[in-house]
Design a protein around this ligand. Structure first.
Ligand code: DC
Length: 223
């Protein structure tokens, strides 16, 4: 039986670190779905296309060769033979990605790839709609949350030394991204009662990962 663990929540909440650790402990691949949306946005910017233009994005993906190449601890996104890597993490791509992610055609195209990936050997899958839309049937759903200020501080530390602007700008950009992710009509960021809610504002990634592992293992062994 393959295990699929869904980890959802807003930007900067610590999902990636936690998801990576849970995947390593469970011995299943880790899939960062945000990097898939980021890769489409990156390609759109490379081609000088407007990420908000749904028709242009549908045309873009129709001609795109998209691959999830298995890596050591996570799948690497490869678009038309190029691996954009850290270029996916710039503030410019951050902003473009939440615009690309509103288009239902882009979402359904990527969701199919996410399901195909996890069907092989299970996965810990991180994103915004993993427990609501991509794998609604999994019993292992976790929603990580923390106040915006704490998430922005975390993001600033991650961006240290790279192009990131100032703290105030980062806060307002994160707020705008959260708003777009929550308010969009296609698969918005939300949680229901099937999720275990975890506040990550106190406690480090190891503690959060340990809590998730306890829940997953308890559910697997039953009462
Ligand atoms: O997790 P992240 O910051 O890398 O996500 C980048 C953007 O992609 C974010 O604005 C939300 C969007 N996204 C999404 O809509 N659905 C997902 N499953 C993952 C990310």
């Amino acid at each position: 039986m393959t295990v699929v663990v869904a980890i959802d929540g807003p930007a900067g909440v610590g999902k990636s670190t936690v998801a990576r650790r849970v995947a390593a402990q469970l011995g299943v691949p880790y899939l960062d779905t945000g990097s898939m949306y980021r890769a489409v946005a990156w390609k759109a910017l490379e081609e000088d296309l407007d990420p908000a233009d749904g028709l242009a994005m549908s045309r873009l993906i129709a001609g795109l060769h998209f691959e999830l190449r298995p890596g050591n601890d996570e799948a690497e996104v490869v678009v038309d033979g190029a691996a954009p890597g850290v270029q996916l993490r710039t503030p410019r791509v951050d902003a473009a990605t939440s615009r690309v992610a509103v288009h239902p055609a882009v979402r359904s195209w990527l969701v199919a790839k996410q399901r195909e990936f996890a069907a092989r050997e299970g996965a810990v899958v991180e994103g915004r709609d993993i427990g609501t839309v991509v794998f609604p049937e999994t019993p292992h759903k976790f929603y990580l949350d923390a106040p915006l200020e704490i998430r922005a501080e975390r993001r600033l530390r991650q961006l240290a030394g790279r192009e990131c602007g100032d703290r105030g700008r980062l806060l307002s950009e994160m707020r705008a991204r959260d708003e777009r992710d929550i308010r969009r009509s296609a698969s918005p960021l939300r949680r229901d009662e099937t999720y275990e809610l975890i506040d990550t504002s106190s406690g480090d990634a190891d503690q959060v990962a340990a809590r998730i592992l306890r829940s997953v293992r308890a559910a697997a062994t039953g009462p």
